[in-house]
Design a protein around this ligand. Sequence first.
Ligand code: AMO
Length: 426
Amino acid sequence: MNRTHYIGNLTSSMKGKKVVVAGWVEDIRELGKLTFLTLRDVTGVAQIVLTGEESIKQTKVLSRQSVVKVTGTIQDTKARDFAFEIKLEKLDIVNLAIQPLPIDPIGRLESNIDNRLNARALDLRNQKTAAIFKLRHYALASIRNTLTEKNFIEVNTPKIIGSASEGGANLFSLKYFEKQAYLAQSPQLYKEQLTIGLERVFEIASYYRAEKSHTVRHLTEFTSVDIEAAFMDYFDVMDILESLVANVFEDAAKRKEECSALELEIKKPSTPFERITYKKALEELARDGIKLELGDDLLDSHLRKLGEKHSGFYFIIDWPMKLKPFYIHEKEEDPTLSKSFDLQFGYLELASGGMRLHDPAKLKSRLKEQGLDPSQFADHLRAFDWGMPPHSGWGLGLDRLMSVLTKMDNVREVVLYPRDPERLSP
Ligand code: AMO
């Protein structure tokens, strides 16, 4: 394309320099004998000034959001919003955009979320939307840094699997030639097995849950950050989770441009996060007149009540065994309780994890207790006879974390092409 510069790399000190820039026409204004174009690329906007009759004639066919290449020279400007402008020498119209566009990507006219998701690629030309996905990129980089520094190895495990990883419910099934296969709900079994050889592993990937939930926090395809670590107990991995979350906020706060596009003031949360036991949560709810029995699950309405008292990040720990999956370890001093935790942000569950069973006999009996058939887990159980270390881990919903970071109510805002029970395209 022979583009010489990103717009963001141009400065007023380059006066007189000939440059070639390329991007999308955001605005076209005629002012007497002059025509002004506002040109945007991924790094910023520049004003282009056209004086020649020929090029002004060219702009008559030009529509907003068309792609152009501009050859011109940097010069001083009288415009208040720009430090310099580019005097056009040559305009190449690369591709015209249709009119009207399905949404206004500048955001002057607000479009509802469904229309924006239906035209997501165009929505990304809205600087607020672009800022969300740039922040998501920096959050991922931050997560990879934190875990790599703590000696975790990034892995990729299969998403097409032959048996359930989180028990039977909520599985999407598919035909795999002559066999029955499923989409992975989580990397749970693989990440546990990998502690045998790599000790500390993490994976960032999409997982699938066939839940007909119509909420602002559930998707049928979501991104999870998972870790698993040998020779760690659940408090060790909670420490890792809270420093990872704090680092994401600290690193995102450094992205001034994206924060200002989203009018966000991001602050690093202080650690350690508050840790309350499940029992204490029941006591707090009882004080508010909500009577729950030991073993009752905390429903959305209960978590909303707790969220009023604990507004930021906090852990709920030591859940009853019966509320947790088959792989969770019991507490030795009270086997009805588990070595487990959920990380909350107010009412919203961001992550869950715990210490796992590493004794194959115990794991088999827990599978049976939960009505699961150990023979369906034969491949997984074999690994427990090969020297399985004690281990702990967690799964963190990246989309939910991003919605908290960017203060978006709906998780669909932070996912490029969200999948929910109704939405399968684009
Ligand atoms: P869990 O099922 O609690 O645990 O999932 C972990 C985290 O993933 C996110 N999440 C979702 N986000 C959006 N839409 C969904 N449908 C959805 N389902 C889950 C949540 C949740 O806290 N294997 C365990 C983790 C572990 O113990 O390591 C697991 O999958 O933020």
